[in-house]
Ligand binder design. Structure first.
Ligand code: ADP
Length: 238
């Protein structure tokens, strides 16, 4: 019999709505979102600015609490979940932001170690060894003790990828990871993310405006005005 984990979607969203603000200021930004993503899939989310992509990503990540509908991540319901449950859910994710969000006062390896510190189960020595190993994998073996400000945009984004993936997350969420990178660096960082995630069996949901990387996707979903208007295998809507 097949393992249940392999057939249940890793991300399983049904009839999800989301609003910001209260009372008269309340504004609904997501409408009836339905999205299922299976283990190992790479899904790109496209759509104009303000269409709700980042909001959806933060709900899936557990950074924000989903309000109504169903948002099951690895079989756990996040709608109505306690803050403690959301914190727990965040541990299954590696989140890569567009501005790479690195700590400028920490070296590359110290930044990567932060991806392990949240788990609270590794010794300092083990964290450093793992950080160095993954920095080698992303091509930064000779930059482990450099500070982010002395590195290029592409190198900083590789550190962010290393930090997101060092704990082998089940789900990798990335928000515009290639923004501000030139064509070659953009493809490089996505290729690295794709390779590591595939090796680790991670599922990737990636927000992008970048039509140069559409071909890495198993599926492309498109948002318009808070609605998922296209959700079919390999249909490019650019
Ligand atoms: P995208 O990522 O597609 O650019 P967002 O998810 O960032 O879109 O935004 C969707 C809508 O939600 C926009 O109208 C935006 O102004 C609004 N929004 C996003 N975050 C907040 C917030 N924290 N408070 C209020 N409105 C927000």
């Amino acid at each position: 019999m097949e393992n249940n984990q392999n057939i249940t979607p890793v991300i399983d969203i049904h009839n999800l709505d989301h609003s910001f603000g209260q009372g008269e200021l309340r504004k609904q930004v997501l409408f009836d979102i339905n999205l299922e993503i299976n283990r190992g899939e790479i899904v790109l989310m496209t759509g104009p600015s303000g269409s709700g992509k980042t909001t959806l990503l933060t709900l899936v990540s557990g950074l924000r609490s989903p309000q109504s509908g169903s948002c099951k991540i690895l079989g756990k319901e996040l709608c109505g979940a306690s803050s403690a449950k959301l914190v727990q859910a965040r541990r299954n994710n590696g989140y890569i932001f567009q501005a790479h969000n690195l700590h400028h006062s920490l070296t590359a390896s110290q930044n990567v170690q932060m991806g392990l510190e949240v788990h609270g189960k590794y010794s300092q020595r083990e964290m450093r060894d793992r950080a160095i190993a993954i920095l080698e994998e992303v091509g930064l073996a000779d930059r482990v003790d450099y500070y982010p400000d002395s590195l290029s945009g592409g190198q900083k984004q590789r550190i962010a990828i290393a930090r997101a993936l060092v704990a082998h997350p089940a789900i990798v969420l990335a928000d515009e990871p290639t923004a501000a990178l030139d064509s070659k660096s953009g493809r490089d960082v996505v290729n690295i993310m794709q390779r590591l995630a595939k090796e680790q069996g991670s599922t990737i949901l990636l927000v992008t405006h970048d039509d140069r990387i559409l071909d890495i996707a198993d599926r492309i979903v498109h948002m318009e005005d808070g609605k998922l208007v296209n959700n079919s295998v390999k249909q490019k809507v650019f």
